[in-house]
Design a protein around this ligand. Structure first.
Ligand code: GTP
Length: 208
């Protein structure tokens, strides 16, 4: 895999990922599971917590800077500040709460006001699949909403460590794919510019 421009050889590409969603959906638990492979009762996040984790994507390495935002309504206005410069977002809801699914959709609208769709990789995550008997949001509902807005989608259980690594891994993979695509386009653009410049030079020379 080619090294991305601006990244020193052997160094990972760094991307900022924000965890968004209502209160108690499991944002901090997903981060804790992914970064430290741990699960415990966590107090509500105040403001924002910050983690980093290296992820291997094929032969490449990606460093995710994970910003865990507070889901409680009283912190909502502060959290907008954390959107800035985000490359990716995990939009989390609790599959046992229809209300949290609605909140995730509101968060998406807020995010898209700040960052144009397409500029950021967004994955919708239905968490707490271990509580299947209390389920209020079906897998299909989640998948359909994600498809309608061009989002990646998965369901997880931070408690049982189900599909947590895969969720972050899929986002890292998509980030790298997009970065490589952007770089290829830029290289092609530079090559075209060089080609366009060359015949003009020759014409000048041969006209004499
Ligand atoms: N059963 C179950 N409980 C979970 C799961 N993930 C988180 N929880 C529990 O849900 C509660 C809220 O989890 P948090 O990780 O603090 O949720 P949060 O979204 O970060 O909450 P805020 O900080 O208020 O935004 C805690 O009691 C967790 O133990 C899960 O996958 N399954």
């Amino acid at each position: 895999m080619a090294q991305l421009d601006g990244v020193a050889p052997g160094q990972p590409s760094v991307f900022k990922l924000v965890l968004l969603g209502g209160g108690s959906v499991g944002k901090s638990s997903l981060a804790l599971r992914f970064v430290k492979d741990d699960f415990k009762s966590i107090l509500p996040t105040v403001g924002c917590a910050f983690f980093t984790k290296l992820v291997d994507v094929g032969a490449a390495s990606v460093k995710l800077e994970i910003w865990d935002t507070a889901g409680q309504e009283k912190y909502h206005s502060v959290c907008h500040l954390y959107f800035r410069g985000a490359d990716a977002a995990l939009l989390v809801y609790d599959i046992t709460s229809k209300d949290s699914f609605g909140k995730a959709q509101q968060w998406l609208n807020d995010l898209e006001k700040e960052l144009p769709p397409g500029d950021v990789v967004v994955m919708l995550v239905g968490n707490k699949t271990d509580l299947g008997e209390e389920r209020e949001v079906s897998f299909e509902e989640g998948a359909e909403f994600a498809a309608s807005r061009g989002l990646l989608f998965t369901e997880t259980s931070a408690r049982l460590n189900h599909r947590v690594t895969e969720a972050f891994g899929a986002v890292a993979q998509d980030l790298l794919r997009r970065a490589e695509q952007t770089e290829k386009q830029a290289r092609r653009g530079r090559a075209h510019l060089a080609e366009d410049a060359e015949p003009a030079g020759k014409a000048k020379c041969c006209g004499h």
